[in-house]
Design a protein around this ligand. Structure first.
Ligand code: F6R
Length: 369
């Protein structure tokens, strides 16, 4: 049932192009507009929303962090993202005009469930983004947008994460479409790019051998750091989480702009630092700032592992290892940038002799608070 792969995780990483395509299927009509019939919150209700609050745990929380950039950019609705376990106990400000989005692969995560129950008690509408049909979280929500990743068996989430991102983009674009936004043309263009993105994910998967080889050389390291900015920041957090879970290594993700506010003190000779570089097109200021960060850490001895768009030559002089990803619109980059980090963590864990599908101390679905 592992379909010829040694681990479910490898199989699930390989299934990502299909998972992404399946999650988009039937949701983009030929005219290029979105039809999310399942979202049974009416367009007039969606037009009344004055705040979006996303609650989730772990990897799903990282998807939520990325969703915030998309939602705020395309809809101009303020969006907060909070760990479900923190949300409920701080008496959050919610009312009938708040849309709460609960993201969960399993649909059974107790923290997320308790957060959504609290939101509904405050009169907020809850939209679930979930991978498991008929599970508790969608059953208790006002509406659900299912991700179509298929069953995810490995404890570490991979294909579910990519499909959560797709669902989040769909919700953001749909809110933009329903409410009208000055980004109408950009939304049209992004919908087109999104409909082709599974091919880009496939292309990334075809180039992963050097990433695996690199991971094997790092098996004896104690620490790996991850840096990103804008949507690359949650990608860095996700890369670090995968490595903690699977390789049991000290792995931390930082916002690159925070480096000089503390984390740069961690940089020493030969510490591997993975840097997610945004597209040089679009928000080029951020790109240039990251390139200076790479120079700074390299000058202090870091071994730089740079994930950058094809054709971005500015990073070449400062990259000890360069991992190429296809060019995508800035906000969609996490769909391609996360894949090498999954492969990296999986291979490092294997090289350290760890059980990839069943990491120690972890359960696939956390049904206690
Ligand atoms: C990470 C991982 C966990 C889950 C988290 C939420 O690889 O698997 O961090 O993402 O426990 O689980 P769901 O999405 O089922 O609510």
């Amino acid at each position: 049932e592992k379909g010829g792969y040694d681990y479910f995780m490898l199989k699930e990483i390989a299934e990502q192009p299909k998972a992404v395509a399946d999650t988009l299927l039937g949701r983009i009509d030929p005219s290029g507009s979105l039809t999310l019939d399942e979202v049974r919150i009416s367009p007039s209700e969606l037009r009344e929303i004055d705040k979006v609050v996303i609650v989730a745990c772990g990897t799903a929380f990282h998807a939520g962090l990325i969703a915030k950039y998309a939602i705020e950019h395309w809809t101009r609705i303020p969006c907060e993202v909070e760990l479900a376990s923190e949300f409920r106990y701080r008496d959050p400000i919610l009312d009938g005009r708040s849309l709460v989005i609960a993201i969960s692969q399993s649909g059974e995560t107790m923290d997320t469930l308790m957060a959504l129950r609290h939101a509904r008690e405050q009169g907020s509408k809850v939209l679930a983004i979930c991978n498991t049909n008929g599970s508790t979280i969608p059953r208790e929500s006002d509406a659900v947008l299912y991700t179509h990743a298929g069953p995810e068996v490995a404890v570490a989430s991979t294909k579910a994460f990519l499909t959560q991102l797709v669902a989040c983009y769909l919700v953001a674009l749909y809110l933009g479409q329903v409410r009208g936004t000055k980004w109408g043309d950009e939304i049209q263009a992004v919908i087109k790019d999104l409909s082709r993105i599974s091919e880009e994910v496939e292309r990334v998967l075809e180039t992963m051998e050097p990433v695996r080889a690199l991971a094997r050389t790092l098996a004896a390291k104690n620490t790996v750091l991850f840096l990103g900015r804008h949507v690359g920041y949650p990608v860095a957090l996700e890369g670090a989480l995968k490595l903690k879970e699977l390789a049991y290594m000290h792995a931390e993700g930082f916002a690159a702009g925070e480096l000089k506010h503390g984390p740069i003190a961690l940089i020493e000779e030969d510490v591997p630092v993975v840097v997610v570089v945004p597209s040089p097109r679009g928000r080029s200021v951020i790109h240039d700032k990251i390139v200076s960060n790479i120079q700074e850490i390299r000058a202090r001895g870091a071994r730089t592992i740079v994930i950058a768009e094809e054709g971005d030559e500015t990073v070449v002089p400062y990259a000890d290892h360069l991992i190429r990803i296809p060019a995508t619109p800035t906000l969609l980059q996490p769909l391609v940038a996360t894949v090498p980090l999954q492969v990296f963590a999986c291979e490092l864990a294997t090289a350290r002799g760890n059980e990839v599908d069943q990491p120690r101390n972890l359960a696939k679905s956390v049904t206690v608070e």
